[in-house]
Design a binder for this molecule. Sequence first.
Ligand SMILES: CC(=O)SCCNC(=O)CCNC(=O)[C@H](O)C(C)(C)COP(=O)(O)OP(=O)(O)OC[C@H]1O[C@@H](n2cnc3c(N)ncnc32)[C@H](O)[C@@H]1OP(=O)(O)O
Length: 396
Amino acid sequence: MEIRHDNEYDLFFSTVQAAFGRYWPESAGSGILGAYERERSLVAFTPDGRPIGTAGAHSFDLTLPGDVVVPAAGITAVGVLPTHRRQGVLRAMMQEQLADIRARGEFVSTLLASEAVIYRRFGYGPATYTEQLTVERHRTAFAAPRWAAHETGTVELLRRADCADLLEEIYDRYRRTQPGALSRPHRWWSLGAGHSPTSPEPRYLAVHRDADGVANGYASYLVTDATLTVDELVATDDAAFTAIARFLLEHDLVKQIRFQHLPPGNPLRWQLADLRAAQPVETDWLWVRLLDIPRALTARGWFADGSLVLDVTDPFLEEHGRYQLTVRDGKAECVRTDLEPDLSLDVSDLASVYLGGTLPSVLVRAGHVRAHHGEAASRADALFRSDRIPHCVQWF
Ligand SMILES: CC(=O)SCCNC(=O)CCNC(=O)[C@H](O)C(C)(C)COP(=O)(O)OP(=O)(O)OC[C@H]1O[C@@H](n2cnc3c(N)ncnc32)[C@H](O)[C@@H]1OP(=O)(O)O
C-alpha cells in the first residue's frame, strides 16, 4: 500500500463516495464539499495504483477556554473501500496524517466521528457535546422572567444570497469567545452559508439586531412536514439567543420546532412556562486529539489555581510522558517531572477533558482514568473547568 498527498479532486471524491456508498452531487465542486483543502488530502493506493482510502483535512482555528484561538486540523472525508476494510488502511492513513499535522506545527487535531468506536485508538476523545431540543408548538409559551433584560432588538428575515457576509461576520465574533468553536473559511460562506451540508433545500435566515442595529445572532431553518428544523442558532449574547428562539417558537402552521444544535447548559428549557415541553437529546460532537501536551496545556486559559501531575500514555504514537501542570492567575506551566502522579490517563482522555466539556471525575468513575489518591479527581475537576461550556456547531 502507498499513501500520498493527492490533489486530484475527482479521484479523491469518487473514492470517498464509494467508501460511504453514497453520491453527493456537491462533490462535483460547487457545494460545501468544495471547501476542502486539496493539498491536505491523503489517498491510499494498492501496489498496482488503485485508490482504496481517503483522509482529508481542513486548516481551522479552534477556540480554547479563555478566548484563546489556536490553529487546529479538522479531519474529514475519511473512508476505506468496503473491499479493503479491516486490513489496516485507516491505521496507516492516521499515522501519516498525525505526522503531517505535527510537521505543520499544529498541536491539536479535531474531527466529527461517524461512529464512536473508531477514533479513541488513534488518541481522539469526545470533547464537546451538543443538544437537540424538540418543542411542541402548543407548549411554547414563555415563562414570565423575573430578572431578564427587556428585549429591545429586532429579528429580520433575509435571503441567503443577501446575507453571506453578514452571517460570516456574526459567526466570526461568536466563535472567538466560544470554546470548542471552529473558524469557517471565507470560501465556506460563499459556497455554503445558510445551507445544510446534508440536504439540498435552501434555508431561511433570521437575523437579530440589538437596539443599536448591530447584528448579533442568526438562525437558519426550514419547515418540512409541519416541523420547523433549526440547523444552527448562533448568538453572541443571551438576549439575541432568546429573541431568536422566541421568534422560531412562535412560527405558525408547525407542530413542533426542532433545534438541532444547542449548547449544553443553554437556558431555553428554563425560559418556557412548561419545563417538560422541551425534551433534550445530547450527543458527542467535536473529537479532539492532542499532539504536544505541554503546548496544549499552556495554550488554554485557566480559571482556578492548582497543580496536578499527569501520567499520560499515547499507545498509538508509542509515547509516554509525566507532566506537572501548575496554574497560577489564569496561566499554566507544564513541565516533565518524575514526581508521583495524581492521575494516570490515556491521551484520548486528556483530550476529552481539555476544553472543559467532560469532567475528569466522570472518567475516573468510568474506570478510564486512574486517580492515585482521594482528592485527585475533584482537584482535576476544579482545574479543567472552562469559563463557558464548550460547543461546536460546525459540520465538516
Ligand atoms: C472524520 C470522518 O471522516 S468520520 C468517517 C469515517 N468513515 C466511515 O464511517 C465510512 C465507512 N467506514 C469506513 O470507510 C471504514 O470502515 C473505516 C475508515 C471507518 C475504517 O477503515 P479500516 O481500514 O477498515 O480500519 P483499520 O483496518 O485500519 O482498523 C484499525 C482498527 O480500528 C478498528 N475499526 C475500524 N473501523 C471500525 C468500525 N467501524 N467499528 C469498529 N472498529 C473499527 C479495526 O477493527 C482495527 O482495530 P484493531 O487496531 O484493534 O485491529
